[in-house]
Design a protein around this ligand. Structure first.
Ligand code: ATP
Length: 354
């Protein structure tokens, strides 16, 4: 078993309210990601669960048992820090073996354990080196190996890939999900990188200013963001947001455009709304009747696709187009909108309307 439940976590550092009632339920065996921008309270949440941070209020349950007052060691969680925290004088082998030695594991089991995780992380040839003789990416693998060498109740990982270059990061994402599948176990993983979250998680909790905004699968968070802030934070390129209101069966833009009102929009006429449109749900090719008039602001070729920035009055749309698309700044065009995939938010509360 490896369920981790945090309930109503509150923590302030002086004036700074780092956690404002964080509740998370991590199921046994999940790859659960806490996603949020810098300062959202991700590290504090993880440290509170690990028992490294005294809480002002709230509780932590591990496997259903109240562990709020337990020492870090008694919680039996393995934590991987962003900073690696390797022992500089020990060899890689000894670094990885250290959690097993601390638990008086028999020597033959230590050897087998280190070999197993070294194989999993492709670092067999580094075992006799010391941390100073490793690259950043290698150190990261060693730090992960040291966490994975034993079977704790759950693994807590604090932005473990941030110090890697982009290529290595992308590789390690795949590696980590493979390791999770191979080893099993509960992973609670913190990141500010939404691509990392979307690509690795079974479930994502989106955190902002010490409060959980939404919990869901990557598809749920991307396709049905609970509010305008989540819609803006998750997804690249960023979702385009246009001010509007409903009038009968039309949506009327602050910039003068109108679109058929999506069937599911429940807002009363005149209430300030925000229409959210993702780049892939917009097209510069004619598709159906729903379209917005605009002019090209610029093209951003990205190899497999080109993003077209289109000005609609004072607002800007990002439109995904074929790499062969052409056009000059200032050229007028009509942007087709897939309204079935559009998002509508209440402009005052930011909440999604459905
Ligand atoms: P990052 O992605 O930058 O690591 P985070 O989401 O992990 O950010 P936390 O490190 O949990 O955020 O910090 C949450 C808030 O609490 C921030 O405003 C931070 O400045 C503050 N904070 C965290 N630790 C301390 C501390 N020891 N003393 C004072 N303030 C702190």
């Amino acid at each position: 078993m490896g369920t981790v439940t945090a309930h109503g976590l509150r923590k302030s550092f002086g004036e700074v309210r780092a956690l404002d009632g964080v509740t998370l339920e991590v199921p046994d065996g999940a790859f659960f990601v806490v996603l949020g921008p810098s300062g959202a309270g991700k590290t504090t949440t993880l440290r509170a669960i690990a028992g490294l941070e005294r809480l002002d209020a709230g509780s932590v349950h591990l496997d259903g048992r109240d562990a709020t007052g337990d020492t870090p060691a008694a919680r039996d969680l393995a934590m991987v820090f962003q900073s690696y925290a390797l022992y500089p004088r020990k060899t890689v082998y000894e670094n990885i073996a250290s959690p097993l030695r601390a638990r008086s594991t028999p020597a033959d089991e230590i050897g087998a354990g280190v070999e197993r995780v070294a194989g999993l992380l492709h670092i067999e040839r580094l075992l006799q080196r010391r941390p100073a003789q490793l690259s950043g990416g290698e150190m990261q693998r060693v730090a992960l190996a040291r966490a994975l060498v034993r079977r704790p109740r759950a693994f807590l990982m604090d932005e473990p890939l941030t110090n890697l270059d982009l290529k290595l990061r992308v590789e390690m994402r795949t590696e980590l999900t493979r390791i999770h599948r191979t080893l099993g176990g509960t992973f609670l993983y913190v990141t500010n990188d939404q691509v990392e979250a979307l690509s690795m998680a079974d479930q994502i909790a989106v955190l902002r200013e010490g409060a959980v905004q939404q919990v869901g699968t990557p598809t749920e968070v991307y396709e049905r963001p609970a509010n305008q802030w989540v819609a803006g934070f998750v997804g690249s390129p960023r979702i385009s947001l246009l001010a509007c209101h409903a009038e009968g069966d039309r949506l009327v833009g602050a910039e003068g455009w109108t679109l058929p009102r999506p069937r599911w929009t429940t807002a009363e006429d005149g209430r300030p709304l925000v229409l959210g449109l993702r780049a892939e749900d917009l097209s510069v090719e004619q598709r159906g009747d729903a379209a917005l008039p605009g002019e090209i602001y610029g093209l951003e070729p990205l190899g497999d696709r080109t993003l077209v920035d289109v000005k609609v009055g004072a607002e800007m749309l990002k439109v995904k187009a074929r790499p062969t698309v052409t056009g000059k700044p200032g050229e007028r065009l009509s942007v087709s909108v897939d309204l079935d995939r559009a998002h509508v938010f209440d402009a005052d509360t930011g909440l999604a309307l459905s």
